[in-house]
Write a protein that binds this ligand. Structure first.
Ligand SMILES: Nc1ncnc2c1ncn2[C@@H]1O[C@H](COP(=O)(O)OP(=O)(O)OP(=O)(O)O)[C@@H](O)[C@H]1O
Ligand SMILES: [Mg+2]
Length: 401
């Protein structure tokens, strides 16, 4: 388990929220929902919580907001122990986007957004101006939407209004529990981008829960990967988590996606191609069988006279006595060009009958092959290169700080 991250000292940012051995045991529950979680959240950063369903993420958010009381431990905000603060005061400083959005169905969009400002006793004009400003900030049209009810909006629009409502009193902390959970990938991507653009200006301290590791990597300055009972598996920057997962649990959590991400960043022309035994189309069977025996592969690649790859043939194909040219027997090829990404190449390989992709040049001529080992090798190479780069980056930071 990693130690509670001492974020304040390395890069000079202040700690905004500090959780100290925070625990919650619900009445009648055998095990604690949250078991002594210690974590520092730097001011102005987005910290992402990811972890299995039921590991206590929402419980932590609600404790920070004092919607539920911790069983033990402390929560410090700006160095002040908020377990003793007035909950109403506190909630004005903290915007909360609850899981499942939670807009009030009987209130218009404007009234929903105005909830906290009203509590704060703002005058009508100030509230109206703020409501319109926020609807605009989340990319919607105030004139069109302020009088509508939540059920008259799309899911994505409701989520935007949920975010607008949490921002209404300009809190310096935002707790966002799966704010973009229930929307399609394209709208989600757009909302994430808008949100990052806004955050670059307003620099709130944000705790953001998601189930989606890609969202975590995209949105997070830091990611806390939690296991059951909110025990920290790793708390680190996205780069470090991708490159240096702390243990099997973290590697499993990110593993698949992380490798795919690396694969879509590099292309066939960047890697060293493998070679394969070839025969030409007009080679006779006996000669081809001899070539196959002489090689350490189970098949031959058949090329036509212009050296363009045509099929794979193995010994079964060659032993069948028929007079057709080699290019008319055998298995179809997965062919890729040098500019293809490794991720596309892997896709081709997985859908082809023979799991090796053949690389061809501009006029279709054979250049080499990519197989699963080549791809694994490429991933390993990228990982060690990234490690080296990160290490050098940290050395520089350490020297300055
Ligand atoms: N009011 C409650 N009373 C009793 N147990 C509760 C209560 N609220 C949550 N729990 C339990 O506490 C654990 C943590 O729940 P919590 O909602 O914090 O999980 P979560 O990480 O947010 O999950 P999800 O990803 O599914 O939203 C779960 O086992 C849940 O069943
Ligand atoms: Mg939850």
């Amino acid at each position: 388990m990693s130690a509670p991250a001492d974020v304040g000292s390395r890069d000079g940012s202040r700690v905004k929220i500090h959780l100290d051995k925070l625990a919650k045991r619900y009445p009648g529950q055998h095990k604690p929902a949250v078991d002594e979680l210690s974590l520092s959240i730097p001011e102005g950063e987005i910290v992402i919580f990811v972890g299995p369903s039921g590991c206590g993420k929402t419980t932590v958010m609600k404790m920070i907001n004092r919607l539920i009381e911790p069983t033990s431990g402390q929560i410090l905000i700006d160095d002040e122990d908020i377990t003793r603060a007035d909950p109403d005061q506190l909630r004005r400083r903290i915007g909360y986007v609850i899981q499942q959005i939670g807009l009030f169905p009987h209130m218009t969009i404007a009234e929903n957004i105005a909830t906290v400002p009203k509590l704060l006793g703002w005058d009508r004009e100030r509230i109206a101006a703020r409501v319109d400003e926020l609807i605009g900030i989340v990319g919607m049209d105030p004139a069109l939407h302020r009088k509508r009810y939540p059920k008259e909006l799309s899911g994505g629009q409701r989520q935007r209004i949920g975010v607008a409502r949490a921002m209404s009193a300009d809190p310096d902390i935002m707790l966002m529990d799966e704010p973009f959970g229930a929307i399609d990938p394209i709208t989600r991507d757009r909302l994430q981008n808008e949100f990052l653009r806004i955050q670059a200006e307003v620099k709130k301290t944000i705790v953001f829960v998601t189930h989606d590791i890609d969202e975590a990597i995209k949105m997070g300055d830091r990611i806390a990967i939690l296991r059951e009972h909110s025990r920290i598996a790793q708390y680190d920057t996205p780069e470090r988590i991708l490159v240096d997962p702390a243990d099997e649990f973290v590697a499993d959590f990110i593993g698949h996606g992380a490798s795919l991400k690396r694969l879509s960043l590099s292309r066939v022309r960047d890697i060293e191609l493998g070679s394969w035994p070839t025969v030409t189309d007009d080679t006779d069977r006996a000669e081809a069988i001899a070539a196959l025996h002489a090689s350490d592969k189970g098949s031959l690649l058949v090329l036509d006279r212009q050296r363009r790859p045509r099929t794979w043939v193995d010994s079964d194909h060659l032993r069948r006595s028929d007079a057709r040219p080699l290019s008319e027997i055998g298995l179809p090829l997965a062919v890729v060009e040098p500019r293809a990404t490794l991720s596309d190449t892997l896709n081709e390989m997985l859908t082809a009958r023979y799991s090796t992709a053949v690389v061809v040049g501009e006029s279709g001529e054979y250049q080499g092959v990519v197989d699963i080992d080549t791809i694994n090798e490429a991933i390993r190479g990228m990982r060690s290169a990234e490690r080296g780069r990160l290490r050098r980056g940290f050395d520089v930071v350490d020297e300055v700080g």
